[in-house]
Design a protein around this ligand. Structure first.
Ligand code: ADP
Ligand code: MG
Length: 594
């Protein structure tokens, strides 16, 4: 194929503009992205080669090589992975296939730091090369294709790119960055080693660089004014050395891994710039053997509410990468958890379909779920310092001190997703109910658990009262709360959109029923004294004729009109029948067009 010019897809052009104009604060991520692509390419080769060993050709050792040429101002990342055909290069390096991209574009704020974070999350990996390069040349050959079917792709990172056929003996891909004047610092061994150490140390693939050694200057001409010496300097030796640890972090013993290494690994697999909130790392033995390294992020990603949002778990089998986003390994309500599961039992050629049916996978999912819940329970338990604190806080261990306030932080980000579990995971419903937190008429912060509420219940109170509303202000000012305020009874204020739905699955907590204050003609029971009951009955009698008229007048709009004891100041309020759809749910359905 002779040289062809192709235009970038519109979104790519837009993205490139952004990448080159606003990413200076986080330049060095380009290397992480390109190394991660190289590593993905090697994983893909390993995977395809399971059924076709010939793809290894004569180079079975998968690796990435970094090299630079100061004079030519280039930095090259070469892998011997799967490579690309011409069509693949056109498709993969000219478009963004991901459906979330438009969404991504609309979220850009113009603020460098947060935009850079978004770019990380949405993974516009390859294009980040243009942060440091004014031109990128990609030379590649698909594993298994003939040497004459190599491809060269060139672009200056503006409107278009060129593609032509070349001859390339080696399988795999070289990404050649023609460095911008202001990015020449990356043509330096120390700099590259530093960045690899920071972001790519645990890539399970060796990353190699050519060794350099010091060479003294030579005596050339004794009459020369510089003393006749050519200055000394570092020269390449032709020998390659591995510059990363190249051992999968999760396979190392816990005691040999520092918190910083755990956090760095998290950043690598999650593309998050922030450290994780917490993690758990275990080897599980027994009938199903696997290693789990699971993280809870500090911040919810932008697309948490996307229904197609995939799980954050990478599946490995005996250290061989199998797939990303292995949704079968984690229930959907824990989709925010990131991490790695490495199984010793699954076959290497396991497919997504097979995963759904495997008993081992079911055991792994249950094990992972339990671990995450224990991790959350532990955070919840240590969220607040014990009562009567001053001295007690002093005796808290450093580890426990670090956990103060962490659960509140977690809950603010992911509490609403967790609630989906009430309807999804009946086996863990009780554990989940204990993890719920709400605001209440005595607490503006979302921090009251059902257990806290129960401990504060009034004598004679036999239900946990709650109200649902769109906002905290609306909940707090609801006329339905008047009688509770008067009697000093706490009411939970629920303002998440999922609350209404979630509560369909929780009818009681630890033997105490949950009761909406907006439903039916509820009975305050023992909380109401004889006099109040009498007054209510009298009023019902007195107002009978009025009620009859109102009922007649509202007959198409209201099912019933009653005298109530729930109001103190307001003249009237709307309630739904006990078995009726709540107003909140009705509003939600209406919004959804039903
Ligand atoms: P992502 O890695 O998230 O898919 P990128 O922008 O980093 O997105 O890469 C886009 C696509 O280009 C990859 O999915 C892959 O198909 C292809 N690609 C990029 N780099 C390589 C490489 N070194 N070898 C083979 N294919 C590559
Ligand atoms: Mg990538």
């Amino acid at each position: 194929m002779s040289k062809q010019t192709h235009a970038f897809q519109a979104e790519v052009a837009q993205l490139l503009h952004l990448v080159t104009h606003s990413l200076y604060s986080n330049q060095e991520i380009f290397l992480r992205e390109l190394i991660s692509n190289a590593s993905d390419a090697c994983d893909k080769l390993r995977f395809e080669a399971l059924n076709n060993n010939g793809l290894y050709e004569d180079a079975p050792d998968l690796q990435v090589r970094l090299s630079f040429d100061k004079a030519a101002k280039t930095l090259t990342i070469t892998d011997n992975g799967i490579g690309m055909t011409a069509q693949e290069a056109i498709d993969h390096l000219g478009t963004i296939a991901k459906s979330g991209t438009k969404d991504f574009m609309s979220k850009l704020s113009g603020d460098q730091k947060s935009d850079a974070q978004l770019i990380g999350q949405f993974g516009v990996g390859f294009y980040s090369g243009f942060i440091v390069a004014e031109k990128i040349t990609v030379e590649t050959r698909r594993a298994g294709a003939a040497a004459a079917e190599g491809v060269r792709w060139i672009s200056g990172g503006t409107g278009d790119f060129e593609v032509e056929t070349i001859t390339r003996a080696e399988r795999g891909t070289s990404v050649i960055l023609h460095l911008r004047e202001e990015a020449l610092e990356y043509a330096n061994t120390w700099k590259l080693k530093e960045i690899v150490g920071k972001y790519s140390d645990h890539i399970s693939l060796p990353i190699l660089m050519e060794k350099e050694e010091w060479q003294d200057g030579e005596l050339i001409d004794p009459n020369d004014e510089n003393g006749g010496r050519k200055p000394g300097g570092m020269v390449k030796t032709g020998e390659w050395e591995t510059i990363n640890k190249a051992s999968a972090l999760w396979t190392r013993p816990k005691k040999d891994i520092t918190d910083e290494q755990y956090a760095d690994f998290y950043k690598q697999i999650s593309r998050d710039f922030e450290a994780p909130l917490t993690w758990t790392h275990n080897r599980v033995e027994g009938s199903t053997e696997y290693t789990q390294l699971l993280y809870i992020p500090s911040k919810a990603p932008q697309d948490l509410w996307n229904r197609d949002k995939k799980a954050g778990i990478k599946l490995y089998v005996k250290r061989v990468f199998i797939m990303d986003e292995a949704e079968a390994l984690m229930p959907s309500y824990l989709r925010f958890v990131k991490g790695v599961v490495d199984s010793a039992d699954l076959p290497l050629n396991v497919s997504r379909e097979l995963l759904q049916e495997s008993r081992d996978v079911k055991a792994i999912r249950e094990g992972c779920t339990k671990r995450v819940l224990s991790m959350l329970e532990d955070l919840a338990k240590h969220d607040k310092a014990p009562e009567a604190s001053a001295e007690v806080t002093d005796v808290l261990s450093e580890e426990d001190k670090a956990k103060l306030g962490q659960y509140t932080k977690f809950y603010a980000e992911f509490g609403a997703v967790l609630k989906e579990g009430l309807g999804e995971d009946f086996g863990n419903k009780d554990r989940l109910s204990k993890l719920l937190r709400f605001a209440s008429t005595t607490s503006d912060t979302v921090s009251v658990s059902f257990a806290d509420y129960k401990a504060r219940m009034k004598e004679g109170q036999d239900a946990i009262y709650y109200i649902t509303a769109d906002t905290l202000a609306a909940a707090k000012n609801s006329p339905q709360l008047e009688v509770f305020k008067k009697k000093g009874i706490e009411v939970l204020l629920m303002t998440d959109r999922v609350d209404e739905w979630a509560l369909n699955f929780v009818h009681e907590f630890d033997g105490t029923p949950l009761q909406s204050v907006a439903k039916g003609a509820f009975d305050l029971g023992k909380l109401q004294d004889e006099e109040e009951k009498k007054a209510a009955e009298d009023a019902a009698e007195t107002f009978k004729p009025v009620l009859a008229k109102l009922k007649e007048a509202l007959k198409d709009k209201a099912e019933d009109v009653r005298v109530t004891s729930r109001l103190v100041d307001s003249p009237a309020c709307l309630v739904v029948t006990d078995d009726g759809m709540s107003m909140q749910l009705a509003r939600m359905l209406k919004q959804a067009g039903q």
